[in-house]
Design a protein around this ligand. Structure first.
Ligand code: KIV
Length: 282
């Protein structure tokens, strides 16, 4: 596998017109699996609140949860660029808090870069985190941490005003020093237009094929998450069915006494066995 991916690798890929593949991972095994697949970027997304912890939104995710998941994923990732999501409330209140929490994700979580949600209004925060030497990935459009203000998970940018604001948001985040930006849940024409206007890579999710790269959630594309499936998800496997099938077979074999068999047992020598029986008088 080629050498470690950096933010410069991604910039060069955009310039050469090569698409960037990004996936989420949340722990040591998923980090190892995604890294082994050759994905360019691994995101420890706050989507873990929903697909790993079973919350209805990403809002309950805390810094402590993110630090623990980032550190576990770090141990499994050697090649891909590893990004950690800044969770809700960890960067919106004031810039000093944002800087302290971004530093925690690098220092304790071991990530290479952080991602945070928001457009023009978040540009100053992005700028200040970048100034302290931390690479920042932006995220605009259907930003899940704003689900309360959006009134649900709703596609953004369908009116001229909102679409114009999203273009301004993307440019502001680029100008603030972000090295890439996620475009989530926006019409594909708009995402293509933004991708053409920006010099930094755009990574789409529910934003069509005109972006410089794509990201999907690990549990969605592997068919591990059954609660709901957004329109933009393609399931490349149906592992939930495979796993439940395997677990059912285990349950059945335990109940029938057909597991374990000799090949899964440890032997005790005849000498030791005889001596044990003699000493126990059985
Ligand atoms: O939390 C997440 O997984 C994300 C991606 C889906 C972009 O932010």
């Amino acid at each position: 596998m080629s050498s470690k991916v950096s933010i410069h690798t991604l910039q060069e890929m955009k310039e050469r017109g090569e698409r960037i593949s990004m996936l989420t991972a949340y722990d040591y095994p998923s980090g190892q699996l995604v890294d082994a697949s050759g994905a360019d970027v691994i995101l420890v997304g706050d989507s873990l609140g929903m697909v790993v912890h079973g919350f209805e939104t990403t809002i309950p995710v805390t810094m402590d949860m993110m630090v623990m998941h980032c550190a576990a994923t770090r141990r499994g990732v050697k090649r891909a660029l590893l990004i950690g999501d800044m969770p809700f409330g960890s960067y919106q209140t004031d810039i000093a808090t944002a800087k302290r929490n971004a530093a925690r994700l690098l220092q304790e979580g071991g990530v290479d870069a952080v991602k945070l949600e928001g457009g023009e209004f978040m540009a100053d925060t992005v700028c200040k985190i970048v100034e302290m030497g931390i690479a920042v990935h932006g995220h605009i459009g259907l930003t899940p941490q704003s689900v309360s203000a959006f009134g649900g998970f709703k596609v953004q940018g369908k009116t001229v005003d909102v679409a114009k604001q999203l273009v301004k948001d993307a440019l502001a985040i680029q100008d603030a020093g972000a090295f890439a930006i996620v475009l989530e849940g926006i019409p594909s024409r708009l995402a293509k237009l933004i991708s053409e206007k920006l010099t930094i890579p755009t990574i789409g999710i529910g934003a069509g094929a005109g972006c410089d790269g794509q990201v999907l959630v690990f549990h969605d594309l592997l068919g591990l998450f059954a609660d709901f499936t957004p329109k933009f998800v393609k399931k490349y496997a149906h592992l939930r069915d495979d796993i439940v099938g395997a677990l059912k077979q285990y349950n059945a074999e335990v109940r029938a006494g057909t597991f374990p068999t000799a090949e899964h047992e440890y032997a005790l020598s005849d000498d030791v066995w005889q001596q044990l029986k003699d000493e126990l008088g059985t």
